[in-house]
Ligand binder design. Structure first.
Ligand SMILES: Cc1cc2nc3c(=O)[nH]c(=O)nc-3n(C[C@H](O)[C@H](O)[C@H](O)COP(=O)(O)OP(=O)(O)OC[C@H]3O[C@@H](n4cnc5c(N)ncnc54)[C@H](O)[C@@H]3O)c2cc1C
Length: 570
């Protein structure tokens, strides 16, 4: 049975920076096209672009340059980024920030002389992060949403994409199957072209920062559609997630990096500093180093009552801390902690996936008609993402996708879908209604444990192999696990079941890719292979749903390891 169907020219999955920029650019390029933005949450209220605190990296200042931003991105990514994509990122970020300010109405913080204020972010050789206080994402997403609302762009809110459906011959995408979460009914949307911009999101780890609507659905759909994902072993952990117990969703949320930057100390359960023993830069070392040191201390048992560590700011003077970190002080107070004068429990928290769908500079993928942008895509950041390059990535490539999709549909017709694939996808989604009720919460806890302990900050072959067995068992168990509540509208247990399915599928490719990379690089640390291999022979992982990993050489199209694009360094 094929569910109700509607048609459009351009279908965009996701309403973050990537999805909304794509919609606006496609509409600008071809206002007569029918464009639909479909999103799991409410437009303007979901996803991680809204959560961006720190800001947006862009080379604006006279003393800065796109070459310098590029070199920071390549060196930060440990020579794994696709250099052409990274070049597009740094050059087009300049255009996008002007568009955000001058066409879309964002107000960013300014210097007394009227120039845009740019602050320091770790891992960069220049202060280039544009921001609006520490609520940059709200400014960006509110303005983007207003502009989308003001145009003839269709919205399907609280519509969850569940399958990318191809033509019967499998040569192109025909459309996307959705569940309308408000009614629980299925809907098939045919489109000449589809953008995958559901924003990844490593929420399979016990502690994580992304919004709850992000459960790797896009990546799981891409795998089922036969696409290859790259760099999936590269999961970035932020060192200071708030640890406030299991009773609150605040656990895992980020306490900003500026706390360590300003001179904050990390303490063990014994209330003593440990970072100086790990790195000369101590608490100011990079995210990956600090997260590893913290995890090592936690493994030794040097932990706080909730099993984490402490951050201490009081030696800087409580008044100064209250003044400079007002938002953070309030966030901690909400959970009963005194950041200015006392100790706050923290834990490293899964923040960002550098990996994603392999794609080209025009945002096309290997499946005709399917484009991708933002955190669902892989290759821009390599082994590590610079803070501030995430929102730049989603806005830059969202705009590229919008421009190219508008041009692409000019010569395209709507395609007929493979109806058997639609039926199979519906049968998959219906499975929990037909199975005996089980304990999904226990399954989620096991997933959290497996990913946190064995596929997290420190990895080795034994742990990863064990994790793969555990994930296979979890996947099989989920298939046999049913849900009690069979009503359809807003059945959140059903959606949790689907969330878990996506997370388990994507966890498996993270573990496979991590097992295949027998070295330590950037965010990926193997205790059994602690050294980084030869940079000249850098290769990225490419994996499909069958779990087979291919190592593909990185093309050094602009600069080779040991070289620089900066004139003074050449
Ligand atoms: C707390 C936090 C702070 C951050 N701070 C910064 C920062 O300071 N600077 C920076 O550069 N980056 C930062 N990032 C990263 C940044 O937010 C992301 O890189 C970027 O916003 C991702 O944009 P996106 O459009 O790809 O995805 P998102 O903005 O996450 O949007 C994804 C969209 O897809 C939708 N979706 C998901 N699944 C489905 C589905 N099945 N069907 C339909 N829709 C779906 C979601 O509802 C959402 O609308 C931060 C991230 C977090 C979590």
């Amino acid at each position: 049975m094929v569910p109700p169907t509607r048609d459009c020219d351009i279908l965009i999955l996701g309403a973050g920076g990537a999805g909304l920029f794509a919609a606006l650019h496609a509409h600008k390029a071809a206002p007569h096209l029918s464009i639909t933005v479909a999103v799991k949450g409410l437009l303007g209220k979901c996803g991680c672009t809204r959560m961006v605190q720190g800001g947006y990296n862009v080379a604006l200042a006279k003393e800065d340059s796109v070459e310098r931003h590029f070199m920071d991105t390549i060196e930060g990514g440990k020579w794994l980024p696709d250099q052409e994509l990274a070049w597009q990122l740094v050059t087009l970020a300049v255009e996008r920030i002007h568009e955000l300010e001058n066409e879309l109405g964002c107000f960013f913080d300014r210097n007394p002389d009227g120039t845009v204020h740019q602050k320091a972010f770790a891992g960069q050789t220049f202060d280039r992060t544009v921001h609006k206080g520490d609520l940059t994402g709200i400014e960006i997403i509110n303005r983007l949403a207003e502009q989308v609302w003001a145009r003839r762009i269709e919205r399907l809110e609280e519509h969850r994409a569940v399958e990318l459906v191809k033509t019967p011959g499998g040569d192109a995408i025909a459309g996307v199957l959705f569940i309308d979460m408000r009614t629980g009914e299925y809907l098939f949307v045919r489109a000449k072209t589809v953008l995958l911009a559901t924003g990844g999101g490593p929420t399979m780890y016990r502690y994580h920062t992304p919004s709850g609507d992000k459960t790797c659905d896009g990546l799981a759909m891409a795998l089922r559609a036969g696409l290859a994902l790259r760099d999936m072993e590269m999961v970035q952990f932020h060192p200071t997630g708030l640890l406030a117990g299991t009773h609150t969703r605040m656990t895992g949320t980020v306490l900003e990096e500026g706390l360590r930057g300003a001179g904050g100390f990390l303490l063990g359960g014994n209330k003593e500093r440990f970072m100086p023993a790990y790195d000369p830069k101590a608490e100011r070392a990079t995210r990956d180093l600090v997260s590893r040191a913290m995890f090592t201390e936690m493994r030794k048992g040097n932990t706080t009552p909730h099993g984490g560590l402490y951050i201490s700011m009081s030696h800087l003077g409580p008044q100064r801390v209250r003044r400079e970190f007002k938002g953070m002080v309030e966030r901690c107070a909400d959970c009963g902690f005194d950041l200015a004068g006392g100790l706050v429990e923290v834990v490293p928290t899964a923040h960002y996936m550098m990996g994603g769908v392999e794609f080209a500079g025009d945002c096309t993928t290997a499946l005709r008609g399917l484009f991708t942008a933002g955190e669902d895509s892989g290759g821009v950041h390599g082994a590590n993402r610079l803070g501030g390059n995430g929102v730049a990535n989603s806005t830059v490539f969202g705009a590229v996708a919008g421009d190219h999709m508008a041009a692409f549909v000019r010569h395209e017709k709507l395609r007929q879908p493979d109806t058997r694939a639609i039926e199979a996808a519906i049968a998959r989604c219906e499975r929990p209604f037909g199975a005996p009720r089980g304990d999904m919460e226990a399954l989620r806890e096991r997933l959290y444990d497996t990913m946190w302990q064995r596929v997290g900050i420190l990895r080795d072959a034994r742990g990863l192999t064990q994790a793969l067995h555990e994930l296979a068992a979890l996947g099989a168990e989920l298939e046999r696990t049913g849900i009690q509540d069979t009503t359809r509208p807003f059945n959140l247990t059903w959606h949790d079941w689907l969330n878990l399915q996506s997370l388990i599928d994507v966890s498996r490719v993270i573990a496979q890719a991590a097992l295949a990379r027998q070295e330590s690089r950037g965010a990926h640390y193997r205790e059994d292979f602690p050294n980084t291999g030869a940079l000249d022979a850098s290769a990225y992982t490419s994996i499909r749903a069958d779990g087979a990993v291919t190592m593909k050489p990185v093309a050094f199209t602009r600069v080779r390891p040991g070289q620089s694009l900066l004139k003074h360094a050449a």
